[in-house]
Design a protein around this ligand. Structure first.
Ligand code: PLP
Length: 451
């Protein structure tokens, strides 16, 4: 067990905090980083050390850590009407305004919005919507949900079942009715000599075979992140989503875009589906929705699913689902401000403007002996560490090389995320060119210390 100074922040954290998604051996050796505040894209700890947060908190603090307008929007709404639900025919004016705004900025001509507290709950809610529609409309066998290996959709029992990660075995998940298909990572999953076009064709054909094997009448929906984020920034080939969409349309299977990470600018467009050329039937949003200043998620239904859900709900008189804080007025006020900031303070323009510098600095690191792939789009990227570049042989699971790199980075004043054997970078959208260079300088120094 760790030995931290009595009554230190580290000891107090260790005594009382149950850590999630945290490598405990590394934590016990090093102690947690206990943070007090943030300025711009930097966060500061109880010992006065500062870190450039290339992880944007957890992808979400895209406007930085001290945006006055966002804090003021929250404060003003706390003073005006601090909390309310959105049920029984009552809801706040801000909830109405935000629903209207989300439909306006969505890729849909019309639609409906349902609010949750997180991305996991939004995915859970979307699955329940599909199950509800199909059950009420007399096709209860249409329940299966298709997602891809390596996807991340959340931690509730349903969204974890959509998340095809090996650690789910420790919870006895997935639940029944969840089907997992191939991950579109061409660099890792492409067969020897297979072109990118042939890889896409193979995955689309395999999806179709799986749908036929399961029975198209049993499939309720296909969920996908435009770019897999927590899977290690897996950028699909450009032809992938159009090919998948064609298969899904053939069997009338809704395509749900999980935009929890990509939505509101991360890939350089408002929605990730815009960057990858597909038209979803619904969108799952969270994280950037409030720029991280309030916990909130949303399901944005396109016109077809909105009409189907209304029809089913009217049939039994109500859609029997919701959370106490669904449509919380403070969350809605913050989201309205966050959308305004992201769209009108040049944040997405900055993502687009800085993407070439981001890419060039990532690509330059490919010269290092153990960096096998540099991948990314917009301001999300990953560097894959490999034992042997020519054969793409990964380091064994016993060597958490990405954890070692991330720890060196922390020591050098940079927060970035180890994911599998990759190091992930997703800085706030307000990053400047000189901060970008500083970020990569610290990363390069840390990589050289490890390799
Ligand atoms: N979907 C995606 C694509 C995510 O990346 C995440 C979280 O990182 C979630 C869903 C779950 O969101 P939350 O952690 O808010 O429950």
């Amino acid at each position: 067990m760790p030995q931290f100074a009595p009554n230190s922040w580290e000891a107090r954290a260790d005594d009382n905090v149950m850590y999630g998604f945290t490598d405990l051996p590394s934590l016990h050796a090093r102690g947690p980083v206990v943070l007090t505040h943030g300025t711009g894209i930097n966060v500061h700890d109880v010992h006065g050390r500062s870190y450039l947060d290339a992880n944007s908190g957890l992808w979400n603090m895209v406007a930085g850590f001290d945006h006055k307008g966002l804090a003021e929007a929250a404060k003003a709404q706390y003073d005006r009407f601090p909390g309310y639900h959105a049920f029984f025919g009552r809801l706040s004016d801000k909830t109405v305004e935000l629903s209207e705004k989300l439909v306006e900025v969505s890729p849909f001509e019309s639609g409906k919005v349902f609010f949750t507290n997180s991305g996991s709950e939004a995915n859970d809610t979307m699955v329940k919507m599909l199950w509800f529609i199909n059950t009420v409309m007399g096709r209860p066998e249409k329940r299966k949900i298709i997602t891809r290996f390596n996807a991340y959709h959340g931690v509730t029992a349903v969204s974890a079942s959509m998340t095809a990660k090996p650690y789910n075995q420790w919870f006895g998940l997935p639940l029944a009715d969840f089907v997992h298909v191939e991950c579109p990572h061409y660099w890792r999953e492409g067969q020897p000599g297979e072109s990118e076009a042939a890889f896409v064709a193979r995955l689309a054909a395999s999806l179709e075979s799986r749908i036929l094997a399961e029975g198209p009448e049993t499939i309720a929906g296909f969920f996908a992140e435009p770019v897999m984020g927590a899977g290690g920034v897996i950028v699909p080939p450009m032809a992938y989503f159009p090919a998948v969409q064609a298969v899904l349309r053939k069997y009338d299977i809704p395509l749900i875009s999980d935009e929890v990470i990509c939505g509101f600018g991360r890939t350089g467009t408002v929605w990730g589906c815009e960057s990858f050329g597909f038209q979803p039937d619904a969108i799952i949003s969270s994280k950037n929705l409030t720029a991280g200043y309030f916990p909130m998620g949303a399901v944005i239904l396109g016109p077809k699913l909105a009409a189907e859900l209304m029809e089913a709900s009217e049939k039994i008189e109500e859609f029997v689902h919701g959370f106490t804080a669904s449509g919380n007025p403070v969350g809605c006020a913050v989201a309205l401000k966050a959308i305004d900031v992201i769209l009108n303070e040049g944040l997405i323009d900055n993502v687009r403007a800085l993407a070439p510098q981001f890419r060039a600095r990532m690509d330059a690191l490919l010269e290092m002996p153990n960096i096998g792939e540099a991948r990314g789009i917009g301001l999300m990227g990953a560097l894959e560490a490999v034992k042997d570049k020519d054969t793409k042989t990964p380091f064994g699971p016993e060597v958490s090389v990405s954890e070692r790199i991330a720890n060196r980075c922390t020591d050098n004043g940079l927060i970035c995320r180890p994911l599998g054997q990759a190091i992930v970078l997703c800085p706030p959208f307000i990053i400047t060119p000189s901060e970008m260079d500083h970020m990569f300088d610290m990363l390069e120094k840390s990589l050289r210390e490890v390799f």
